[in-house]
Design a protein around this ligand. Structure first.
Ligand code: ASP
Ligand code: MG
Length: 412
């Protein structure tokens, strides 16, 4: 029987009633002839509570015990889901990560999945079991300790199972009915996309469209796992959601598929640094050593051997960045005159694989912002993305006008 992976996020298993509702969806896939692997998250809010308990007990906690604590929310939902299915006369049982076992690295609270042996669960499917319910987000390290995969990690568990079991698809049930052209809270013109490519999704996920954990999309792309994002609250038929798939499966790609925004980016400028070989390395080396994620970078034209260097990084890393730069100010003679942090910015990005073959996208984006009187502070581009930093107060306006300019209302 073909294997289907179904993942239910925290809001989809938030109460016993929601678990029943989810179990009904599983039941209909069982009747359609699938062997189902259900991956569950903890009930909504549970993981936050557990994280808080761990922090309150020990601010500088032992990471292994932290994982033992925060992984427990998923154990409860896995057991409850298996029981609910059994009540519906469906042969089902639960697995915790260590029982499979989901083998991971030992980087506690951000462990990577290394291997998922399939034998254990496959044997049970051969014996007549129809549903394997697996606790998401958790695994087992080489040293025999419980690990977790980072917040939102059960998406990654689901994709990893779909890859290991060569599932026909990985359905991610959540509280939105798919991936949108932009945030529907910013414009009512936002539309659900029927399909989106892995690469576009990756850009959107890392740009703050928080529907899927970025790592899960990377994994899906690597193993070509068809991912579907759909709502567990929507009873209209068909509930098709958005298919995240390889580019080859998308006949006509959109020039721009979505406009993403993020408020969590800050702009940092080093005023007057020496312009000579080794300077960029002297600046960005120390930043990477302390784990600052630099995104956009611009170096201005030099005058009299001095230049300004601007970069962006997440707002919550500004202090870390300042500390690292002030600390290494005199090594390698970066000797900038001062460092200016601007946290009142927002990043707006247009994403689309069609950009590869179509010119003029950047020009249109800049013209649209200019028509609204919005000043662009920093620009960065990749093959399928153009990002700009602007004043945060214009964020909504920028998203709305770009959504209009690229006709996203009509995109499917
Ligand atoms: N329960 C975990 C979290 O809240 C994992 C997940 O839901 O994906 O981050
Ligand atoms: Mg999630």
């Amino acid at each position: 029987m073909p294997v289907l992976v179904m993942k239910f996020g925290g809001t989809s298993v938030a109460s016993l009633d929601e678990i029943k509702n989810a179990a009904k969806r599983v039941a209909s896939e069982v009747s359609a002839g699938h062997s189902v692997i259900v991956i569950v998250s903890a009930m909504a809010g549970k993981t936050n509570e557990l994280v808080q308990w761990a922090n309150e007990t020990s601010p500088l906690h032992d990471a292994r015990e932290y994982d033992a604590i925060v992984s427990s929310g998923e154990n409860v939902t896995a057991g409850l889901m298996a029981l609910t299915l059994q009540e519906m006369d469906i042969p089902a049982r639960s697995w915790q990560g260590w029982q499979v076992p989901v083998k991971t690295s030992s980087a506690h609270s951000s462990a990577r999945i290394e291997e998922i042996p399939t034998k254990n669960i496959m044997d049970k499917f051969s014996d007549g079991m129809r549903v394997a319910v697996v606790a998401g987000f958790q695994g087992l390290s080489e040293t025999g300790r419980i690990t977790t995969l980072g917040r939102g990690g059960s998406d990654t568990t689901a994709v990893a199972f779909a890859a290991a079991f060569e599932a026909i698809r990985c359905d991610i049930y959540t509280d939105v009915d798919g991936i949108y052209t932009t945030d529907p809270r910013i414009t009512e013109k936002a539309r659900r996309l029927n399909k989106i490519s892995f690469e576009e999704m990756l850009e959107l996920a890392s740009l703050g469209a928080k529907v899927l954990q970025t790592r899960s999309v990377e994994l899906a792309m690597r193993f070509n796992v068809k991912l579907r994002v759909l709502s567990s609250f929507d009873d209209k038929e068909p509930n098709i959601g958005t298919l995240v798939c390889s580019e080859e499966e998308i006949m006509e790609s959109n020039v721009v598929s979505g406009i993403a925004h993020s408020k969590d980016e800050a702009k940092m400028t080093l005023i007057s640094v020496a312009d000579r070989p080794g300077i960029a390395a002297a600046i960005f080396g120390p930043l990477s050593e302390v784990g600052v994620n630099v995104d956009m970078i611009i170096q201005n034209i030099a005058e009299e051997g001095r230049t300004d260097m601007t970069f962006s990084c997440p707002t919550d890393q500004v202090l870390k960045a300042e500390k690292a730069l002030n600390g290494s100010k005199d090594d390698g003679d970066i000797n900038f005159s001062h460092l200016v942090a601007d946290t009142n910015v927002a990043k707006i990005s247009a994403v689309g694989i069609g950009m590869r073959s179509q010119s003029g996208v950047a020009a249109k984006m800049f013209q649209t912002l200019s028509n609204e009187g919005i000043n662009i502070k920093v620009i960065a581009t990749s093959e399928i993305k153009i990002s700009v930093l602007i004043d945060r107060k214009y964020m909504e306006l920028a998203v709305q006008s770009l959504h209009d300019a690229f006709d996203l209302e009509k995109v499917t």
